[in-house]
Design a protein around this ligand. Structure first.
Ligand SMILES: NC(=O)C1=CN([C@@H]2O[C@H](COP(=O)(O)OP(=O)(O)OC[C@H]3O[C@@H](n4cnc5c(N)ncnc54)[C@H](OP(=O)(O)O)[C@@H]3O)[C@@H](O)[C@H]2O)C=CC1
Ligand SMILES: O=C(O)[C@@H]1CCC=N1
Length: 277
């Protein structure tokens, strides 16, 4: 298959048709994958209606033999339901590449449930919905270079990706970029609230906050300087930024933030322990 000819993309099945599946399906369809090549198993009727309306996909309420044609199975169920979902799907998909986006669930568990060693784990994030996703991928031993390329093609439709060499690093990725959009939205909320408390209209405060995140991210991406240097350039001696940063240091905001991310990583490990094979 040519790397660009998405109209010839092999049949692909999604197990779970919620937020993350929709983000990836949207990316595939934007690139020209035919909706008729995409199968989805989604037990929740209202969500099946959304998939039909958004993508023209008639999702299945439960796994059936039609899944046997899938060359790739994308696991987009919650970690808590992965094992049950796998029990009804595995009989049809033994030969496929299994691509899981579930937080915490290790490839050894998936290999047991799917009776298959061809497993790539991905940790995407919700900006994938607008083609700005940031994903880390990990390939279990036994995944062929062609299957790695297939996983890259799928995830590449949603934004950028990197490969990690150790599976445990995916838990750190989950805490950083997987959950990360929620931290950004949390900061946006706080910046908007502060703006309002200081007298700005809510819409203007939000516009200023979002524009600042976008601009600062672009500056960091395009600059050869590390973020600390870029921060110092904003911080005039005896000025306003210095006052804000001193307040943040005084309340140990950086340490609290790092502790919060480590809590997310710990939860990813727990999910693997609790809900894995
Ligand atoms: N949201 C995010 O930002 C990110 C999520 N992830 C991972 O993606 C996975 C999915 O998350 P997300 O899309 O947010 O969750 P959603 O709840 O939006 O989607 C999961 C879907 O799977 C359905 N489902 C439940 N049981 C089964 C089953 N047996 N077979 C098929 N489908 C089933 C659910 O239906 P019902 O609602 O009826 O249970 C639901 O619609 C998770 O494992 C999460 O860790 C990874 C990175 C980021
Ligand atoms: O909160 C979660 O568990 C999932 C994984 C990363 C983002 N959302």
């Amino acid at each position: 298959m040519s790397t660009t000819d998405f109209s010839q993309f092999p049949p692909i099945a999604f197990i779970g048709g919620g937020n993350m599946a929709s983000a990836i399906i949207g990316g595939l369809i934007r690139q020209g994958v035919l909706a008729s090549r995409i199968m989805v198993v989604e037990p929740y009727e209202p969500q099946r209606a959304v998939l039909l309306q958004q993508f023209g996909i008639n999702a299945l309420p439960a796994a059936d033999g039609s899944l046997a044609s899938a060359q790739v199975v994308v696991w987009a169920v919650k970690p808590q339901t992965f094992k049950d979902a796998a029990a009804s799907v595995a009989a049809f998909t033994g030969h496929a590449l299994h691509l899981s986006v579930a937080a915490g669930i290790r490839s050894s568990s998936i290999a047991t449930w799917a009776a298959n060693e061809h497993i790539v784990r991905a940790m995407p994030n919700t900006p994938a919905l607008v083609g700005q996703g940031m994903t880390a991928l990990f390939a279990r031993q036994g995944v062929t270079p062609a299957q790695q390329a297939l996983a890259e093609q799928i995830i590449g439709t949603t934004g950028q990706f990197i490969w990690v060499q150790q599976e445990s690093q995916l838990d750190a990725v989950t805490a950083l970029s997987g959950s990360g959009p929620a931290y950004v939205f949390y900061f946006l909320e706080a910046m908007q609230q502060a703006g309002v408390e200081m007298g700005l209209p809510a819409e203007q405060a939000l516009q200023l906050a979002i524009g600042t995140f976008t601009g600062a991210s672009q500056l960091a991406a395009q600059s050869s300087e590390p973020p600390a240097v870029l921060r110092e350039r904003v911080t005039s001696k005896g000025g306003t930024t210095f006052a804000a940063l001193e307040s943040m240091r005084g309340s140990h905001m950086g340490a609290h933030f790092i502790a919060a991310m480590k809590a997310a990583e710990k939860r990813a490990v727990e999910l693997g322990d609790e809900f894995g094979a």
